[in-house]
Design a protein around this ligand. Structure first.
Ligand SMILES: CC(C)(COP(=O)(O)OP(=O)(O)OC[C@H]1O[C@@H](n2cnc3c(N)ncnc32)[C@H](O)[C@@H]1OP(=O)(O)O)[C@@H](O)C(=O)NCCC(=O)NCCS
Length: 144
């Protein structure tokens, strides 16, 4: 099941899956994680946290209205491809709609673009490189 979790709870999976376990937990924090309007979601298998994502208030480009950036989407390896990431983002979309947010966007790794595409996100930038991580696209989903 999906639950709201704290800005500290997300760090171990963020490090293991997105930073190959190479950083300290402190180094895995993103600017804005502690913004009171940011929120963090986790998917739990029983007691175990297995998938995480963070949502920060942040506009993108010329898009009109209130935007949120999806950041740090990661599912533990043993739990990938089971639909958990999809459930987590769909939970966020319903919540954001309730909060009168207009759109959500992310810098999607090229390898994960199909994941976001299946959720309805569209590519809205040319391909760009994030040094040390690889090729990305900005992707956008209208929430309302
Ligand atoms: C991308 C990711 C978050 C998806 O989470 P998930 O819980 O596996 O998502 P779902 O099971 O709901 O969806 C899986 C679908 O996403 C797509 N996908 C894209 N990249 C994938 C990846 N590296 N591994 C698994 N699925 C991936 C596939 O279409 C897949 O469908 P399939 O299993 O039928 O092939 C997860 O695979 C992950 O943590 N990957 C490594 C970190 C990463 O790339 N994060 C995204 C940063 S932008």
């Amino acid at each position: 099941m999906v639950k709201f979790i704290s800005k500290d709870d997300i760090l171990p999976i963020r490090n293991e899956i997105l930073r190959e376990g190479k950083l300290t937990l402190e180094q895995c924090r993103f600017q804005g994680d502690d913004n009171p309007e940011s929120f963090h979601l986790g998917y739990f298998d029983g007691e175990q946290l297995v998938s995480v994502a963070s949502f920060h208030p942040q506009s993108y480009g010329e898009f009109v209205g209130r935007g949120y950036q999806l950041r740090g989407m990661a599912t533990l390896k043993a739990y990938q491809s089971k639909g958990l990431g999809t459930q987590l983002v769909n939970f966020a979309i319903v919540y954001l709609r309730g909060q009168k947010v207009n759109y959500v966007w992310c810098n999607a790794r090229k390898v994960a673009a199909s994941f976001y595409g299946n959720l309805g996100f569209e590519i809205v930038s040319s391909e760009f490189d994030i040094p040390g991580i690889g090729p990305h696209y900005a992707m956008y989903l209208k929430v309302q």
